[in-house]
Design a protein. Sequence first.
Length: 275
Amino acid sequence: MSDTAPLSGKVAFITGAARGQGRAEAVRLAADGADIIAVDLCAQIASVPYPLATPDDLATTAELVEKAGGRIVTRQADVRDEPELAAALAAGLDEFGRLDIVVANAGIAPMLSGPEGWRDVIDVNLTGVHHTVEVAIPTLVEQGDGGAIVLISSVAGLVGIGGGDRGSLGYTAAKHGIVGLMRAYANHLAPHSIRVNSVHPTGVDTPMIDNEFTRGWLAHITEETGRPVDMGNALPVQAIDADDVANAVAWLVSDQARYVTGVTLPVDAGIVNKR
């Protein structure tokens, strides 16, 4: 990788990296010169009604990162388990010796579930984000070189979309909660020149969205409310690509955004403005 690459010499810690947005972020940051510490659960959570990522998916991410010119350390770890997550980060630090970028991407969407869905989605999508930042802070602060943290939220973190079941409510609550975490961390870490921002995608063409269950969930909401679900974007596109999110993340963690902190960045084809 050329030393002129925008992220040359930097190391990125990415959760939920086995597929979808996390994989796209890992590959894009590697193409920009970063080495990658990639973490994913690679196991099923009972309340999640669609298949989650597998160890083979994480291995594919590793192959794609290496093809893009980056080095990578992969670990299976649960963001709900802070010591386990810290151990995964430590393995990457042992290999690369530093940390510059954190992308808290891991998330689930257990729509149409009951109390167990509420608990799991809050634990993964909010507490897991908190754990991700917490395990990274000591290294970033000790290094004294600043850093960039991106929390992956959703348009559901900016507007009240979704269904009335507990899994759907938990998803929207967690994604809103990420905004509060981001703003608090941005203030808390600013004296250390560590920037913190959140990204808010509309529907992204990933396995979390493109599955029979999610299509059934949208039909259920229509039946429940008696009106079609308005999930349409303002721009004429049904869903964006994972690369579109990765491009936004790549900009936020680069020196081009060196004074950007505390912002909620929609990558949403205009759906928030439309609402």
